[in-house]
Write a protein that binds this ligand. Structure first.
Ligand SMILES: Cc1cc2nc3c(=O)[nH]c(=O)nc-3n(C[C@H](O)[C@H](O)[C@H](O)COP(=O)(O)OP(=O)(O)OC[C@H]3O[C@@H](n4cnc5c(N)ncnc54)[C@H](O)[C@@H]3O)c2cc1C
Length: 478
């Protein structure tokens, strides 16, 4: 049966695009079998790389006929073990990176129709070449694909103004679990003809269908974008500053990130070449990075930023602030923010969380959860930063400074996770704001999602994928 399936797949996509140990035992498939954080290494029956939607459909049909499970994969930058095969050696990785064409840009409709395997950065560039903006932006943009972004409903740094990947998508082309093609690339901003199938596939992490193309929203490019870095006396003051920024900058507010002093101190320690403003300033336990995009001019953007910061000083919610003088300075500030995860990795193993809480409750959530963790696991170090504008925190827990980080992870990871997630639930939050569920959090969902919601999710999965062939065991156990 297996050789017959592999033969069928070779006939569909060509010999060069079926990579398998059955044909070449020495073949190195690490890039597809191991997740980005190198936490898990699976074993694929084969990696199949179709070059068109018709080929994707034929591959899915052949696998469905053979009862073989498929794991869709884009850039393999996901952080919840959702895009790599399990270790059974029976699953086919459906790698979509050869579907990389920009099919059309419709400047008058402000849309772009692209294939799922396009690298995010290439799409930003394609939009810019047409004089327009595709605003989705995240640190993995040089290697993640738009199919993966949509399958995980990715967020990133511009959500406060433009929304998640979901808000940026007007239509999809999807290959169903039966190998049929749903052509839903409408490009319409209004369409109330029944259930929203597009929204069902966005964020489904490859468990309901294979996204092969999308029609995305484009925006006019701003005339100027300015970045400021402000020291704030507390997290509550950062939330007050966010409210002021919303009121005074309106739609100009395109980024609002928060960083705790300990997170910044790790950047200072492991990347001494970077200049971290207000590092070690005791009056500034948190710093905020703000971005203001303006449709008029740089002078206008600067003036509005200065007015905002003046109001904020007046109200005591900003201690000190700098506004970047030019693009290079702005990039340096963003670079500091984006270096926190790497600095954390340099410091040693840690437990990561990607949670969201209503913005108004974040200061109380952090105070309560910090105290809880310090009490339950003395010495843990809390690395707190994230997209405060979206109520999204990367509330990470580093092993005690003098402890064995490996042993800490082995003995405490599960306990730390449950303490943090219980606290998130008590504050009305979500245990996964951006990264999704994948295999990593699938066992947590029954604790933190209402039973009725889980029942509906299972019913949808059974209806669309009755053979349970698309990414089985991820998101929801059917
Ligand atoms: C350094 C770094 C920074 C990051 N920053 C952010 C951030 O700021 N915000 C954020 O939201 N995320 C962030 N992420 C995680 C984020 O989920 C991914 O970077 C990205 O969205 C996944 O795209 P990908 O092409 O790599 O997908 P993959 O990792 O290949 O797959 C992710 C999931 O989508 C499914 N999938 C992939 N392609 C398809 C398809 N065409 N059809 C159906 N299912 C598919 C897979 O089965 C898997 O479940 C970051 C990751 C890294 C490594």
């Amino acid at each position: 049966m297996i050789p017959a399936l592999l033969e069928a797949l070779r006939t569909i996509v060509g010999d060069a695009h079926v990579l398998t140990h059955h044909h070449e035992p020495a073949l190195d498939l690490t890039a597809w079998e191991q997740d980005w954080r190198r936490r898990v290494r699976g074993k694929a029956l084969a990696v199949v790389r179709p070059g068109s939607t018709a080929e994707v459909a034929a591959v899915v049909k052949a696998c469905a006929a053979a009862g073989t499970a498929l794991v869709p994969q884009g850039g393999n930058t996901g952080l919840v073990v959702g895009g790599t095969p399990d270790d059974s050696g029976t699953q086919v990785v459906l790698a979509l990176t050869r579907l990389n064409a920009v099919r059309a840009i419709d400047a008058a409709n402000l849309t772009m129709t692209v294939e799922a395997g396009c690298i995010l950065q290439n799409l930003q560039d394609a939009a810019a070449q047409a004089g327009l903006l595709f605003p989705l932006s995240l640190a993995a943009e040089g290697s993640c694909t738009i199919g993966g972004n949509l399958a995980t409903n990715a967020g990133g740094t511009q959500v406060v103004r433009y929304g998640n990947a979901r808000e940026l998508c007007l239509g999809l082309e999807v290959v169903t679990a039966q190998g049929e093609v749903w052509e839903g690339l409408t490009g319409l901003r209004k369409d109330n003809t029944g259930y929203d199938l597009r929204d069902l596939f966005i964020g489904s992490e490859g468990t309901l269908g294979v996204i092969t193309a999308a029609t995305l929203k484009l925006y006019p490019q701003p005339a100027a974008s300015l970045t400021a870095w402000a020291a704030v006396p507390s997290l509550a003051h950062a939330v007050t500053l966010l409210g002021l920024a919303h009121r005074q900058l309106g739609a100009g507010l395109t980024g609002f990130e928060v960083m705790g002093q300990f997170a910044l101190s790790l950047v200072g320690k492991h990347m001494p070449q970077l200049r971290v403003p207000f590092l070690g300033d005791e009056a500034a336990p948190y710093c905020v990075l703000l971005e203001n995009s303006d449709s008029e001019s740089e002078a206008h953007a600067r003036q509005r930023f200065e007015q905002l910061l003046e109001t904020a000083f007046g109200q005591g919610c900003v201690g000190d602030a700098v506004v970047a003088e030019n693009l290079s300075q702005a990039q340096q500030l963003w670079h500091v923010r984006e270096s926190i995860p790497l600095a954390q990795a340099e410091e040693g193993l840690n437990v990561k969380h990607d949670v969201s809480i209503p913005v108004s409750r974040i200061p109380d959530f952090v105070a309560a959860t910090d105290a809880l963790l310090q009490r339950e696991i003395p010495g843990v170090r809390l690395v707190n930063f994230g997209h405060l504008g979206d109520g999204n925190l990367h509330y990470n827990v580093q092993a005690p400074a003098d402890g064995d980080a490996k042993a800490f992870l082995r003995d405490c990871e599960e306990r730390v996770n449950m303490l943090v997630y219980e606290s998130v639930a008590a504050f009305g939050g979500s245990i996964s704001a951006e990264h999704g569920v994948g295999a990593l959090k699938v066992d947590k969902l029954p604790h933190f999602k209402p039973a009725v919601a889980l029942d509906m999710m299972r019913a949808i999965k059974r209806a669309l994928d009755p053979q349970n062939l698309l990414n089985p065991g991820r998101v929801v156990v059917a």
